[in-house]
Structures are given as C-alpha cells and as structure tokens.
Ligand binder design. Structure first.
Ligand code: HEM
Length: 488
C-alpha cells in the first residue's frame, strides 16, 4: 500500500528543505487541501512524520484505546539531557507511564471535583483583586492564577502573591519546554550522537544550557514535594492535596520509596502540563473579549440575569449559563493552545484508510486545521459562541465541540477538567465584575491588538494592551467581599 501524500522527498534528507520552519500547522493544512487528503506524510532525515488534519481521521486513528499510536517520540535534548523524560507526558507507552497516568486519573478525574473546584474558587478572587490594582500587568496575574491553582491542588501550598519561589523555579524549568519543544532549535535532536560531545567542544553549547535547565527541573520536582510532605506529616496541618492524599494511600510494606517517587513525579507533571496551557487559554479569552465587545456584552447580560450583580458566579451556576458555556468552548476552538497537540508515536506498522504507516512514525494531530474546518465551523476565523447553540439558545448537540484541543485516546489530556474549570470560573468572574476594552494612544487613536500568536508547542497571543476596569462601584465591592471571604 502507498504512504499518504506529502511534499517531495530526496535521498538522505527526505523533505528537509520543504518543511516549514514557522507556523507549520498552516502549511500542513494547505498541503492537505492541495493533495485533497486529510493525511500528510513526510520524511525528514531519519524521522517519519504523519500529520492528521481532520477531527474524523484523528479520532479514528488515535482515539481508540488500542490505538497503535499511543506512544511518544523521544527528543534527546528534552527527555535525556534536560531530564523531562521523567514526566509521564513525555514517556513512551510503557509500564511507568501507565502507573503514573493511573495515579493522576485516580485522584484528579472529573468526579473528584472536591479536590480542585474549591481550590479554584479560592484563587480566583485574588486574580480579580490583582486586576483591580494593577490591570496593566494582567498577563502576570493570569500566570499567577494558573500557577497558584495547580500548586494548591497538587501540593496544598498557598503561593505568595508576588515573587513566589516555587512559581519562579517552575517557570525557570518550564521555560525549557517552550524552547526545546520548537522543532529545529537543537541539532542534537536530529543527530543524537552529538549528546556525547562535552560542553567545551565548539558547537556543544547545548550541553551547558541543558545542565542549567536540569538543575531547575530537579528543584521543581523536589522542593514543593518535600515541603508538602512535611506539612502533610504534621498532625492537623496542611490542606488536602493530590500529594497528601496519595501519600496517605501508600500501603505499608509495599515499595514505599518507589511509590513516593511516583507521586513526586506525577505532581510535577501537573505543573508542567497545566500552567502555561491554561495561561494561553485565558489570554485568548481576554483577546476575544477585546475584539468582540458584542459577545462580551451578551455574556455579561446572561450573567447579570442570573446573579443580579449581587454575587460572583460559582460552579453550581454552570448549567444556567448556556451562552457563556458556548463562549468558553469558542475560546478553546478559536485559537487552539497546542496547534499540533503533543506528538504521538506509532509503535507498530499499520494500515489506515488504505495507506501504509510504518512503525516509529511521529503522528501530529493538527488541532489548528480541525479548528478551521469550514464544514464543522462555518466562518471559522470569526469568534462566534452562537455556533455551539441552537436558534433558541440551547447547547446544539449536532455541533462538534472543541474537546479535540485536549488530544485523543489513551493520551488525551487528563487535566482537561481542571483546565476548563479554571478557565470557566476565571472568565465568568472577570466578565461579572470588569469590562475589557481597547485603549487609546496619546494622540487619541484606538490601539488595535495584532491578534497574532507566537510559540509552537504552546502558543500565546503577541502582547497587547487593554483596559480592564470594574463595571461599577458595586462590582468592585463584590471583589473585596469575595477576597475577604476566601482569605479573612
Ligand atoms: C487549556 C489548557 C490545556 C490544554 C489546551 C491542554 C492540552 C493538552 C494536549 C493537547 C495534550 C496531549 C494529548 C494527546 O497527546 O493526545 C495534553 C496532555 C497532557 N496534559 Fe493537558 N492541556 C491543558 C491543561 C492541562 C492541565 C491543567 C493539566 C494538569 C493539571 C494538564 C496535564 C496534562 C498531562 C499530564 C498530559 C500528558 C498526558 C499523557 O501523555 O498521558 N493539562 N494536554
């Protein structure tokens, strides 16, 4: 059987010269249309790559429990030299991955709301207060929110409002994910034998950078866990968290050290997987509100009708806000956080839709292409929550929702409930109390955001200015009251 269509291949280098360097998901989607096939196959040096450009194909190939593509490719810089290979998001489909994933899902699944919703409700009022005091720094506040929620859920640690050491360490470590996750940044990923070159050899500067990041990653793994363990051991102290609950469940006589190491590494995975991604979605929410004031107003009217501006929203209100729920789905669809998802790897050769896929093919689900499917989402570039609703404003079961942005099958994002809950409550609370509007320059011209994105493994909007102000004196009072009640 043939391989799927793709760019021209040359001996030895394959399609190296035709592979796009930036915004690859756009070129892959364009190739898919050119070849009239939602599967695109390319070879680059020794790597085999399959890009899946439609939801249907991704669901069929990756969505099954027994999918042959449930492993992950190993990148020398990321996994080996920096040490991220310890985190289950980057592990191959092996016994340790299964153990770690099971641990995460056992404690943080959709029905364990009590382990994450109260924490989110506790942290969101702090975000509102920070936005009130220093609106210009809204991106830092969103980062702080995402970090503080995950630290509370995983370790029971309440971080400092500013300059928190845990958040600083984790940010220094996760910075390496953004840089090493961009294909082509490190030659050692294409020529793994370069890893044997010592740091002093010209061209081996990557070794020094890896060593520096390795230190941050080790601190990120050890520091919060050790403190959380100490807190949990003190009688009557410590908030129940993923770590404390898992430590309590260690059965005496089992391999305690191994189990403790598992808990420690799974806890770190939550921060690595959940902080930057959630921030990106929150930034997209702010951008959409800035560009679509009529959507903002409509969501505020729905919130006001339910809450009468007399209290902040909470998770009990979820079923009563269909327009706002559609808005959250649209935030995730409009500009997918991970445009190419996370790479999967096929572990055996297989046949799919009449094509032959060799073993060890890297499979990239093109979430960006899925979000631009004009049949599923007409006028896909426009931010339009109504697309998820029927004419009478109810959720439309016939429209594919935006859950594809969380990936597929056995590797689907296990943090998606925490992510959507965080996005939901933060966005609802902001809309309830604040207006997001464009600002004018000194000469009176409205400053438009570029609405462009940067990054590859996780994308963020380019920095943009906006005004975030309380909607009224009453909504300002609501914020102070909420902060008081969560942190008397
Ligand atoms: C809007 C926010 C988020 C988005 C868009 C997102 C998206 C994704 C995607 C696309 C994957 C890869 C799925 C696949 O390979 O098919 C993934 C994996 C993962 N995510 Fe998320 N995620 C988000 C938030 C979170 C949060 C808050 C956590 C943790 C609390 C988390 C933890 C993980 C983990 C541990 C994996 C690896 C799963 C595995 O390899 O088995 N994510 N996420």
């Amino acid at each position: 059987l043939p391989r799927p269509p793709g760019p021209n291949r040359y001996p030895l280098i394959g399609s190296l010269l035709t592979m796009p360097k930036d915004d690859q998901w756009i070129t892959f989607n364009a190739w898919s249309q050119e070849f009239n096939c939602d599967l695109i196959y390319a070879e680059v040096l020794t790597d085999k790559i399959l890009v899946v450009n439609s939801y249907e194909a991704a669901h069929e190939l990756l969505g099954r429990k027994s999918s042959p593509c449930a492993s992950r490719p190993q990148f020398t810089m990321l996994n080996e030299l920096i040490g991220w290979g310890w985190l289950f998001a980057f592990m191959p489909n092996n016994e340790t991955w299964r153990r770690h994933r099971h641990l995460f899902e056992r404690e943080l699944n959709a029905s364990q709301k009590l382990l994450y919703q109260p924490q989110i409700e506790k942290c969101v009022p702090q975000l509102l207060l920070q936005l009130l005091r220093e609106p210009v720094e809204y991106v830092s506040h969103l980062r702080h929110l995402a970090g503080s929620i995950i630290m509370l859920i995983t370790y029971g640690i309440e971080v400092l409002p500013e300059d928190d050491p845990y958040i600083a360490t984790s940010r220094a470590a996760t910075e390496s994910l953004t840089i090493t996750g961009t294909p082509g940044n490190f030659m050692v990923d294409f020529l793994p034998w370069l890893k044997y070159f010592p740091a002093w050899v010209p061209g081996a500067g990557f070794q020094a950078r890896a060593k520096n990041w390795r230190g941050h990653v080790r601190n990120m793994i050890d520091l919060p866990f050790n403190n959380s363990k100490r807190e949990a051991a003190a009688p009557g102290k410590g908030t129940a968290s993923f770590t404390s609950i898992c430590l309590d469940k260690i059965k005496p006589g089992d391999d305690d050290a191994q189990q403790e190491e598992d808990i420690k590494l799974v806890a770190t995975t939550s921060y690595a997987g959940g902080s930057d991604t959630t921030v990106s979605a929150l930034q997209t929410f702010v951008l959409a509100m800035l560009l679509y004031p009529e959507v903002q107003l409509k969501a505020q009217q729905e919130l006001d009708a339910l809450l009468s501006r007399s209290r902040l929203p909470n998770f009990e209100d979820r079923d009563d806000l269909p327009y706002f729920n559609a808005l959250i789905k649209e935030v995730l669809r409009w500009e997918p956080v991970n445009p190419l998802g996370l790479p999967h790897l096929s572990t055996k050769e297989c046949t799919f839709r009449g094509f032959h896929l060799p073993a060890n093919t890297v499979v990239l689900p093109n979430a960006w292409a899925m979000s631009r499917d004009e049949v599923a989402y007409p006028e896909s570039r426009v931010f339009k929550p109504e697309r998820f609703l029927t004419d009478d404003g109810k959720p439309n079961p016939h429209v594919q929702d935006s859950s594809f942005v969380f990936g597929f099958g056995p590797r689907v994002c296990p943090g998606k409930h925490i992510a959507t809950s965080t996005l939901w409550l933060a966005a609802a609370s902001i809309l309830c109390t604040m207006n997001i509007t464009k600002v004018c320059s000194a000469d009176g011209k409205v400053i438009e955001p570029s609405a462009k994105y940067y990054g590859s493994i996780v994308r963020h909007p380019e920095p943009f200015v906006c005004s975030i102000k309380p909607r009224s004196k009453e909504t300002e009072e609501l914020i102070y009251a909420a902060v008081q009640s969560t942190d008397p």
